[in-house]
Design a protein around this ligand. Structure first.
Ligand SMILES: Cc1ncc(COP(=O)(O)O)c(C=O)c1O
Length: 473
């Protein structure tokens, strides 16, 4: 199947194949001096034209990742598989992070002014209460460490969450339609496992959460971008893309979206569920920021509008309870749930029971609502500090109504890469926007997270960042 994605709107097919090969090299499946599959063989395997594979190989050769032996074919270069995964912290230099263009590498860079983590300052999270609950859980369930959780997740926790979702978000769910995963990251992985194969088309927002794109690319999926704006999506564009590409799924983060903070309005949610039904495209709704709003609660999840089972709802509690507990709930209908449970069994046989019970006891205590109330205020103050420090710089953003980030457009003459390099030398780190873009463009955008550092460090870091920008311009 030749590229039908249309190069003007999607990542070129030969670059997707380039990524597919590079991923295999990084994982060590193809090592230095291994022979790569023939052009004809790979073209047949991936169902693409031979010229497309040839273009990918040629690009890999130009980038020094493979070399050609006369008449014999293409081979992996020494050092062609940099395997950042295998490097330890000390080796992970600024250059490596820049070259890999991966969020996970950027987030591992040590920095005092940490604006790259869309996580909450641990000082604002309920650590003390959680440690109290650890003791309580051991008293209540003395054998908790001696047993597995059920693969699908602790029954008591699923029951509690199904009631919570029904009451607060109008999701009609039974506990059998919930799966507990180790974070949203695992949920996205499981969804990709059961639904995607090489060269399957999927829709992703542009920009989007880059680690999700990394997962989908690793599966060999073709990413077709859908622009998200402060007003949501262009539904005519979405319909056109669904009709043309027949995507397996649309990965979306429609509420206080990462990286932009935008929220898709209620009227679009209903219509999009209808489109999903019509074009048989699953909507994968990743919703970790729902409860982090400043003034008004956001519109109901897409899942609330779905009667036919076209939405998979992923609700992680990493952002406002504890990223370390790795608790996330996935809601979907059968038979899809059955397949997810099987994938979960193969992945880890169930999330830690101890973590689920600690979470459950905190979640059902009145402290949760008190904590959330205070957290919303604290995060709004953080956001306002960042905005105050950006006022008058000429940098542009749309003020989000919740979430953890500002998505900021820099003035034309200020190059993100130059600012990024200079910032690292001053121990400031942020996310270059192109990492969040399936097309690898958006080069004048950055994501600045206001949630991870305390207020004093936030203000100081922003002052340093804007002063640096003035020196570079
Ligand atoms: C949109 C989105 N999805 C998923 C995740 C991962 O969440 P978890 O910690 O639950 O794996 C993040 C974390 O930043 C995120 O922003």
């Amino acid at each position: 199947m030749e590229n039908t994605t249309g190069t003007e709107t999607s990542y070129p097919l030969f670059l997707q194949i380039y990524e597919f090969i590079r991923n295999r090299m990084e994982r060590g499946e193809w090592k230095a001096h291994d022979k790569l599959p023939s052009i004809r063989g790979l073209a047949e395997e991936l169902k693409v034209h031979r010229l497309t594979v040839f273009k990918a190989y040629r690009q890999l050769a130009e980038d020094g990742k493979v070399y050609v032996k006369d008449k014999s074919g293409y081979y992996v270069s020494q050092g062609g598989s940099p395997s950042l995964v295998a490097m330890d912290g000390a080796d992970l230099t600024m250059a490596a992070a820049l070259n890999s263009n991966r969020l996970s590498d950027i987030q591992r860079l040590p920095a005092q002014y940490q604006f790259s983590q869309a996580l909450i300052d641990p000082g604002l999270l309920p650590n003390l209460f959680l440690s109290e609950y650890v003791k309580k859980v051991f008293d209540l369930y003395p054998k908790v460490m001696g047993t597995y959780s059920s693969v699908q997740g602790d029954e008591e926790l699923r029951e509690t969450l199904s009631l919570h979702f029904r009451e607060h978000h109008r999701l009609q769910l039974s506990r059998e339609e919930l799966l507990i995963t180790s974070g949203a990251q695992q949920a996205i992985n499981l969804v990709a496992d059961i639904l995607l194969g090489p060269m399957d088309s999927i829709l992703v927002e542009r920009p989007t959460y880059s680690l999700a794109m990394d997962i989908f690319r690793r599966k060999g999926a073709r990413l077709v971008p859908v622009t998200i704006t402060p007003e949501g999506y262009d539904l005519a564009e979405v319909e056109d893309l669904m009709a043309r590409h027949k995507p397996r799924l649309f990965y979306m983060n429609p509420t206080h979206h990462n990286p932009t903070g935008y929220t898709v309005p209620a009227w679009q949610r209903k219509l999009l569920v209808e489109l999903a039904e019509r074009y048989h495209c699953l909507l994968v709704e990743d919703d970790p920021f729902r409860d982090i709003y400043f003034a008004e609660p956001p519109p109901l999840p897409f899942f609330a509008y779905d009667t036919e089972g076209w939405v998979i709802y992923i609700s992680s509690f990493s952002k406002y309870v504890a990223p370390g507990l790795r608790i996330c709930a996935v809601a979907c209908r059968y038979p899809l749930m059955e397949r997810l449970i099987t994938a979960k069994a193969l992945a880890d046989n169930g999330t830690s029971l101890l973590n689920q019970k600690i979470f459950l006891h905190y979640y059902t205590s009145p402290r949760l609502q008190q904590h959330l109330g205070k957290l919303r205020i604290a995060l709004q103050v953080h956001k306002e500090i960042m905005e105050e420090e950006l006022a008058g710089t000429g940098w542009e953003w749309t003020a989000p109504q919740g979430g953890l980030n500002l998505w900021v457009k820099l003035p034309e003459q200020l190059k993100v890469e130059a600012l990024f390099r200079a910032s690292l030398r001053e121990s400031i780190v942020f996310v270059p926007g192109e990492i969040c873009d399936a097309l690898g463009e958006m080069k004048s955008w950055v994501r600045l997270s206001y949630s991870f550092v305390n207020e004093i460090t936030l203000r100081e870091g922003m002052r340093r960042l804007t002063a640096l920008a003035n020196q570079i311009e």
